[in-house]
Design a protein around this ligand. Structure first.
Ligand code: MN
Length: 430
């Protein structure tokens, strides 16, 4: 049995108090779903298998361009971060893997592997960082990395990505995610075509070293830190990259990396149709790349994204296996609480999307019955699936109410006493 950071007796005690109500709620929802021809246990079983990776950088307090307000008991290094990720997985049972960021999380790979397996955790995609300069780095990324005008700087950025693959091999990771900050702040600053060509050439060098069973994810972002143009600006550019590189290359969709009001669910559908959807960085936003908690601003959009994913899952789309990761910045909440609830919001959208009556929907679409088609989606979205999620957690050994259990355990106060406050540090928003 893996170790746990929070006493299992305590979780059991909390669950015992909540269990009778949960069983009644689950039974009642089961009855209502049964009337719609849906077997609640089948939905719960799918939900139990659903997983979303925790980004190592998410467990620290984030920041904005203006300031960072550190919280108590913040993780000091990757080993503390793994412990925090273990708490999230213990209570939610929805986050069995951690996504690392190099060089922020650089440590002896064998030690990293050992630290994670203590808690039964695995490693998700490796993330490279050529959007900031590491300590003692020879050449600066101030004017770009993989698309830099200077060949030496591009080589350094390629080498860094190859190092991430090497570390990932020891850890059992199966993917590399590349997001670059390359772009321009002024018209005329860079030649669009030449910069993109240099980027593609550099990515081809990385792709050539990718192990056979790995995937390469490229992440597009419309703006920031470059505000006039970015080299990997949009899903169309991203699709071109994945197509140019080859069959192990896929597009990663970060929900916050689009223009406001863009129809992200349609982008998701397009990428699925042309077999280039690699996965997601889930978060939410009101205005830009806000990196707010998943489902906190527009839960219906998250549901509509999952509606596309479930549609592909149920139609047995060939090789359809998108990676789910959270990518958020927590400025005013306890990161562990935010990450637990965000993982559950993503899981909730999945469960709701499983409830869509797809046969009826198809009929309404064929009949041009716009009203009933959209009501079919709404009927699924309006269903309170919380008893399904809670029952899935209970059966998997998690907490019926993760935040309640976390607070009752006094975890934050405990680690605050053990981890002296660290000054500064990066917000880690990508
Ligand atoms: Mn991201």
């Amino acid at each position: 049995m893996p170790e746990t950071m929070i006493s299992t007796d305590l979780v059991y005690k909390d669950n015992s108090a909540l269990r009778p109500d949960l069983e009644r709620d689950y039974g009642s929802l089961g009855e209502r779903l049964d009337r719609r021809g849906i077997a609640i246990d089948a939905i719960r079983e799918k939900v139990e298998k659903f997983a979303v990776a925790i980004p190592s950088w998410g467990v620290g307090t984030g920041g904005t361009r203006f300031a960072r307000f550190p919280g108590a008991g913040e993780p000091r290094d990757i080993f503390d971060k793994i412990e925090d990720c273990a708490v999230i997985q213990q209570l939610t049972r929805a986050t069995p893997t951690v996504s690392l960021h190099i060089p922020w999380d650089k440590a002896d790979p064998d030690r990293l592997k050992q630290a994670a397996s203590r808690f039964g955790l695995g490693f998700d995609a490796m993330n490279s960082n050529t959007f900031s300069d590491a300590k003692d780095q020879k050449l600066s990324y101030k004017f770009g990395s993989l698309s830099h005008a200077d060949a030496g700087t591009r080589r350094q950025a390629v080498e860094h990505n190859l190092e991430c693959i090497e570390i990932g091999k020891t850890l059992g990771s199966k993917a590399l995610t590349v997001w670059i900050g390359d772009g321009s702040n002024f018209p005329g600053q860079v030649n669009f075509a030449r910069a993109f060509e240099r980027y593609l050439d550099a990515m081809k060098e990385i792709y050539a070293e990718l192990p056979a069973d790995w995937k390469l994810f490229s992440e597009h972002k419309m703006y920031e830190p470059a505000f006039y143009s970015t080299v990997v600006q949009d899903w169309g550019t991203n699709y071109l990259i994945a197509r140019e590189l080859g069959e192990k290359a896929f597009c990663l969709v970060d929900l916050g990396h689009h223009a406001p009001n863009v129809n992200i669910e349609m982008i998701v559908s397009r990428l699925i149709q042309f077999k280039k959807l690699g996965g997601f960085h889930f978060n939410d936003s009101k205005y830009g790349d806000d990196d707010l908690d998943a489902g906190s601003i527009d839960p219906y959009r998250l549901f509509l994204v999952f509606n596309e994913l479930v549609d592909a899952e149920l139609s047995g789309a060939d090789g359809f296996e998108p990676a789910h990761m959270l990518d958020q910045s927590h400025n005013v909440t306890d990161p562990i609480e935010s990450l637990m609830l965000s993982a559950l919001e993503v899981q909730r959208a999945y469960a709701q999307a499983l409830l869509v009556d797809r046969k009826a929907l198809e009929g309404f679409q064929d009949d041009n019955d716009a009203l009933m088609a959209t009501q079919t989606l709404k009927a699924a979205y309006r269903t309170d699936v919380e008893p399904i999620l809670a029952m899935a957690r209970l059966r998997s050994g998690g907490a019926i109410d993760p935040v309640l259990a976390y607070r009752a355990a006094g975890y934050r106060a405990k680690v605050a006493a053990e981890r002296p406050a660290v000054a500064g540090g990066s917000g880690g928003i990508v």
